[in-house]
Design a protein around this ligand. Sequence first.
Ligand SMILES: NC(=O)C1=CN([C@@H]2O[C@H](COP(=O)(O)OP(=O)(O)OC[C@H]3O[C@@H](n4cnc5c(N)ncnc54)[C@H](OP(=O)(O)O)[C@@H]3O)[C@@H](O)[C@H]2O)C=CC1
Ligand SMILES: O=C(O)C1=N[C@H](C(=O)O)C[C@H](O)C1
Length: 257
Amino acid sequence: MIKIGILGSTGRVGSLLIDDLKNDSEAILSCVHVFDKIEKVLPDDTVVTNDINILFDESDVIIDFSSPVATEELLSAVVEGGKRKALVIATTGLSKHQQNLLLEASKLVPILYATNMSLGVAVLNKLVALASKTLRDFDIEIVEQHHRYKVDSPSGTALTLAEHAANARELDLDNVRISGRDGQIGARTKDEIAVMALRGGDIVGRHTVGLYNDGEFLELNHTATARNTFSKGALKVAKWLVKKDANLYSINDALGL
Ligand SMILES: NC(=O)C1=CN([C@@H]2O[C@H](COP(=O)(O)OP(=O)(O)OC[C@H]3O[C@@H](n4cnc5c(N)ncnc54)[C@H](OP(=O)(O)O)[C@@H]3O)[C@@H](O)[C@H]2O)C=CC1
Ligand SMILES: O=C(O)C1=N[C@H](C(=O)O)C[C@H](O)C1
């Protein structure tokens, strides 16, 4: 059985991961990292800890749905602390420094980083690249919608979609991304890619990439209707990752896309 450890076990997705693991025939929940306290009833023998080192020692692979600060601690345990376990990282909103740390850690352990663990979004990324390249003159605008509790903006998924669009057009996203329009802003420039965020209610996650031209437009949309889409996706890729060599893997690698 593959021993799974969870960082962010009390969170919206982490707690679903605990449920998914109760009925799994290939993996067991070996350890949960708990920042403060956990209310959920856990399987017997699950180690509960607030020490990241114990999380490593008790797991074959760690799945991380937490916060950028916690993810940084996880990555530092590899880079500075000498820990060597496979990591599935789903946390979004990482800073440049944290992204660099992730790259450094992936030279030492296998890491799969995905801003969205659903199969649908993995395919959407490919569709966006194809559409952005083929429809070169169309204006690209991205809208993401999430629940009222989401703390980072725009979503990691929206940024990844924007990267696929920009790369397909050989543009640097940092130079062309805009995140708001207000006042006398002037006409839209040709290459800009807007990424706009809406927040409200219990929306699990909705992303729309629009490509707009004179006389026609194309909108590509993905809607997550259940949050366990993400926990189940993460569990699937964790099983794939556990035997791999140190490297940075994408969800496309794991899904064979
Ligand atoms: N890639 C993907 O497919 C998906 C990614 N996400 C991302 O996953 C992350 C978590 O999302 P969600 O579950 O909704 O968030 P929640 O806020 O519900 O959960 C966050 C979890 O992280 C823990 N945590 C926060 N800070 C620390 C810290 N400094 N040290 C240790 N643990 C900490 C929290 O503990 P406590 O409860 O004690 O505060 C909690 O268990 C977000 O970045 C989100 O964007 C979400 C869905 C899908
Ligand atoms: O915080 C969330 O809920 C989600 N976060 C991820 C993101 O930022 O893209 C993935 C998903 O959309 C849900």
